[in-house]
Design a protein around this ligand. Structure first.
Ligand SMILES: [Zn+2]
Length: 186
């Protein structure tokens, strides 16, 4: 059962239509869908977009499937943190939030139009794995999960960005949040 494939199909999009794959970090629950059961790339026309530190880290780890998943792309570009990684009517930015993994990023989406950017309700942060247990860590950002490669750095990053997202009132959602639609943090 390929849930992602089915969700895309409901939008009239197939894997072959995907031009870019933005990878927040390379844990198995985030990149496990790249290879099909025959070890081929499900996204043959996609350019892999990833943090250079994240890519380098996994090349040194003893996890062949992760290496295979990242190395199967013929087109690859590392995040440029100084500007949008993709832009059209929307801008997509990768923002370093290291600690969970050495090259973990969250993804910021906002209108390209500078005036529209003032309205935070039109922006969205996907914070990937900045938090794992929302009810505990949103109140106690100093608590890290065992999945955090560098728990101290992960805690600092979590505290800093939770504060920022609250004060900016920007809608947020994560990979392990109890909500699947973006919320503005109280
Ligand atoms: Zn993770």
């Amino acid at each position: 059962q390929d849930i992602l494939k089915a969700s895309l199909a409901s939008l009239g999009v197939s894997y072959k239509d995907i031009n870019y794959l933005i990878i927040s970090h390379a844990h198995g629950d985030h990149i496990g869908g790249i290879l099909n059961e025959r070890g081929e790339n499900n996204f043959p026309n996609a350019t892999l977009l990833i943090d250079e530190k994240e890519f380098a880290y996994w090349q040194k780890q003893d996890n062949q499937r992760t290496k295979d998943s990242l190395n199967i792309f013929t087109k690859k570009a590392f995040f440029n943190h100084k500007k949008a990684i993709l832009s059209n009517t929307l801008e997509i930015l990768a923002v370093p939030a290291y600690g969970h993994t050495p090259g973990h990023n969250f993804i910021l989406m906002r209108p390209s139009d500078k005036k529209a950017q003032q309205d935070m309700a039109q922006s969205l942060v996907f914070w990937a794995d900045m938090l794992h247990i929302y009810d505990i860590q949103s109140q106690n950002p100093q608590i890290s999960a065992v999945y955090d490669v560098n728990p101290t750095l992960a805690a600092q990053v979590r505290a800093k960005f939770l504060k920022q997202f609250k004060s900016e009132k920007i809608p947020v959602v994560g990979a392990h949040t109890p909500f699947t639609k973006p919320v503005v943090l109280e």
